[in-house]
Design a binder for this molecule. Structure first.
Ligand SMILES: *Cc1c(COP(=O)(O)O)cnc(C)c1O
Length: 390
């Protein structure tokens, strides 16, 4: 379009946002509005009758949010997607769209702690039962699935990074008519595309790698048009966990560098995991990339993993001895982070997944950021030396 647009006309064009009205900007505008007005009674009527699709109110449809949804759906190989105000809003809205009292969920063990708490509190109160299985044990999964409504997966799992044959597990669920859902935050669509492996729905904490800059809390679910329509119709609008236009804009910005960032996290994370595994103070490193082969469908590894110290290392001194690795939860941003299990195990929140799943108190979770492998390794070595009194 012409560059000579009068400034007074800009606002109205952004409201009516479509590609032709984006000023040929390389970065899309943020449609930061709660509502959209109609040009006439007829247009409003047509919209309410469903004869015309256009934004009405941002909790329902917002062009910037829609742009993020379409981008993510494409990345995951889905037909459609819905953005949410957080990963937990995406997870709770998705699960609640498919279960009712008396139903049963089969879930892999070592779930993300707040998903575990959602299952153990709200869903339990709704009389939805959850059976936990070892996702590596396909016979156990096959045995648990018949009669279940939903199969909830993470691969790799939280904290201890157990990996599963997602394609095989999805096929087991499909054979039983059980809706399968996977939390794909760890891999991102760069390294794992579960919809292409036969999983029905993929959820993300977009606060992690999709955003990638630790400046947004958001979530998303992607899948077939029919299933996404069900979530849109049954829970999304009423639970109201709406993604804000500005956060959607931050996600669009972050996702442009997703493949590049993921490769950098992979390279640095794997190198640091290898050096830790070779260090005598370390008992075990839980990193999928240290196995002989990645499970089928997983094409790479990210920067989040854990390891277990031998006795004789003062974990408090280790944590306080770090300079580049900051003590903090979350992950997926540019910065490196560390979380000691012995603190998480003392968290008051009930149910506590770290206790329930027997997380080793001498384990530590690392997120390897983008500061550079050698600088990060020097930081870890210095802290290990301080913690071992050498
Ligand atoms: C952080 C996280 C979530 C929750 O996402 P929020 O955006 O914090 O609500 C869900 N799953 C995994 C694996 C996570 O790490």
């Amino acid at each position: 379009m012409s560059a000579s647009l009068h400034p007074d006309d800009m606002a109205s064009l952004i409201v009516a946002h479509d590609e032709a009205n984006a000023f040929d900007a390389v970065v899309p505008p943020i449609v930061q509005t709660s509502l959209f007005t109609f040009s006439s009674y007829d247009e409003m009527l047509q919209t309410y009758r469903g004869e015309k699709v256009r934004p009405v109110y941002t909790r329902g449809l917002n062009p910037t949010v829609r742009m993020f949804e379409e981008m993510l759906a494409k990345l995951e190989g889905g037909e459609d997607a819905i953005g949410f105000a957080s990963g937990m809003a995406a997870i709770s809205s998705t699960v609640l769209s498919f279960v009712k009292p008396g139903d049963r969920i089969v879930a892999v063990r070592h779930l993300y702690p707040d998903t575990f708490r959602l299952f153990g509190t709200l869903l339990e109160r709704m009389r939805v039962e959850v059976t936990y299985v070892d996702g590596r044990d396909e016979a156990a999964v096959a045995k648990a699935l018949p009669g279940a409504r939903l199969f909830y997966m993470e691969s790799p799992t939280s904290w201890i990074m157990e990996t599963h044959d997602v394609k095989a597990l999805a096929a087991l669920a499909r054979a039983q008519g059980v809706v399968s859902v996977i939390d794909n935050s760890w891999s991102s669509p760069v390294f794992q595309r579960p919809l292409t492996l036969g999983v029905d729905l993929v959820v993300h904490s977009a606060s992690k790698y999709l955003g990638g800059h630790s400046d947004v809390v958001a979530g998303v679910v992607a899948g077939s048009r029919a299933m996404i329509e069900r979530i849109r119709g049954e829970t999304y609008a009423y639970l109201g966990g709406k993604l804000s236009p500005f956060d959607a804009w931050l996600l669009i910005r972050g996702m442009r560098t997703l493949p590049t960032r993921m490769r950098a996290h992979e390279e640095a994370g794997l190198e640091i995991a290898r050096r830790l595994a070779a260090n005598p103070v370390v008992k075990t490193v839980c990193h999928p990339g240290l196995a002989n082969a990645l499970p089928p469908g997983l094409k790479g590894t990210s920067g989040l993993f854990s390891f277990i110290f031998h006795e004789g290392i003062d974990i408090r001194a280790f944590a306080d001895g770090l300079r580049l690795f900051k003590l903090g939860v979350s992950w997926g941003g540019h910065e490196s982070l560390v979380v000691p299990a012995e603190i998480v195990l003392q968290q008051k929140a009930q149910p506590n997944s770290a206790r329930a799943f027997g997380i080793d108190p001498r384990s530590v979770r690392l997120h390897v950021g983008l500061e550079g492998t050698e600088a990060l390794w020097r930081d870890l070595e210095g802290a290990i030396n301080a913690a071992s009194g050498s």
